[in-house]
Ligand binder design. Sequence first.
Ligand code: DC
Length: 225
Amino acid sequence: MPMPNIIAFDGPAASGKSTIAYQLSKSMGYLFFDTGVMYRAVTWKVLNDGVPVEDEAGVTRVAEEVLIEVQPASQDDNRTNDVLVNGQDVTWEIRKAEVEEHVSAVSAYPGVRKAMTAQQRRIGLAGKVIMVGRDIGTVVLPEADLKIFLEASVEERARRRYQELVDRGEKADLSEILEAMRRRDKVDSSRKVAPLRAAEDAVRINSDGLTIPEVLQKISSLIQP
Ligand code: DC
């Protein structure tokens, strides 16, 4: 296919989509935009402000009012970007277990999704972009020129998430992570608005047992056959 201007990159938690999409964006000179950080940033703000996660109206108000900025990485600590919430750097805060635990519930609220989707669409339509998430090919940018849906078994994804935490020097329990991942998959795929699913015209890739370069090779062959 000719060089795709907009690439939608979806898949479940810890499928490797951010790592792969980031590397692809570097080799193509495209903007990498991970939409998961926006839902995480809203969740962090909700928890930080003491808004109960069950308070849909309160959570939606936070999503509508919060200023989330995603900027080029200012520090060499493995981050792909800086994530700022009302000017405060929360890049690592939004990766913590407390945020992980509540992010699926927050991202299931229609008003939260509406606020985030509008910002994501504006950024995506500017082009030369690889946008990563759950609903990019189906809802945010259905006009994307190339849609990838990256899958991996829940066991493999839990192992990867466990390794990520250990590598960052954080405490981690593999069986707890596996359970949490199963719960999150269920909420993400069964929510009413924009559930996790592959677009009909998405290319599905299963990354079980594949290395990062092998997955990148598969995607490159789609772009330059
Ligand atoms: O990709 P991630 O683990 O950083 O995503 C965090 C959460 O945000 C995940 O539970 C699902 C949600 N999410 C979403 O609903 N839609 C997106 N486009 C991206 C993430």
